[in-house]
Design a protein around this ligand. Sequence first.
Ligand code: HSE
Length: 303
Amino acid sequence: MLKQRVSVRTPATAANLGPGFDCLGLALDIFNDVVVESALALSIEVSGEGVGAIPTGRDNLVYRGLEAVFSRVGQKPPGLQVTCHNGIPLARGLGSSGAAVAGGMVSANLLLGGPFSTDELLSMGAAIEGHPDNLAPALFGGCQVVVAEGESYLHATVPLSPALKVVLFIPDAHLSTAQARGVLPKRVPLKDAVYNVGRAAMLVASLANGELSLLKAATRDRLHQPYREMLFPALGPVISAALGAGALGSFLSGAGPTVLALCTENEAVIGGAMKRAADGQGVVGVSRVAHPALDGVVAGEVA
Ligand code: HSE
């Protein structure tokens, strides 16, 4: 029998982490909450981030996640009231779409009594959302490496130093992932591929070993940021300002335009420097301190 009410909390995510294009992601302690209750018909209510922009019909991404899980057990979702309270800013490179799909899938899985493992949900969700580097950290938390293997996805957790903190500069302007992928080349020089492979490997090793002084070099990228800078020219100055103020490494969060800086101290100084650099480029936005979220989607009250 279906459960009557489930509630889940899903973290924001920063994909890529510089060189790990499409294969690395980090969950952050900024959250979307979803409550799903049985009802006579479908109704979707949104509050917080994205009100007015997020669809409230069957094309809603939380609902699409729910529907995919029901469909995998050969069912259509029953009448449901879906209430979304969103803390994750939309279209800023913070994984709001992945969080919505993950929240919907985990809710459906709980309503159905848990027929699927979280690994199965990752592969199911990637087919809807297309960005496993957001979905894996949203589902499993922490820092995740994710790769496609045939039809499914494999992921591995990267241990993180408890001292690691995050400073975000979140521009007010939105940037769609489709637009940010549209500027990427179809082919890249071998030397740029080698540059990134080495840095992605060094990034994982330095995070895992706590060799944080390597992060400055290990978070540099040549596969996507130089191209995306055409859409967001403030990227270079904001990264330089973060590093100049003492950040350990800094890069575009996902497809952007949010810029993320890693640090263990001086968060306020780094955030202030990032904001001033953005102001200097005519970019309006806010800086915000966050932390890695070590849990992925968490179920709240379940009745
Ligand atoms: N890896 C993806 C990209 C993340 O950078 O386009 C999209 O959220």
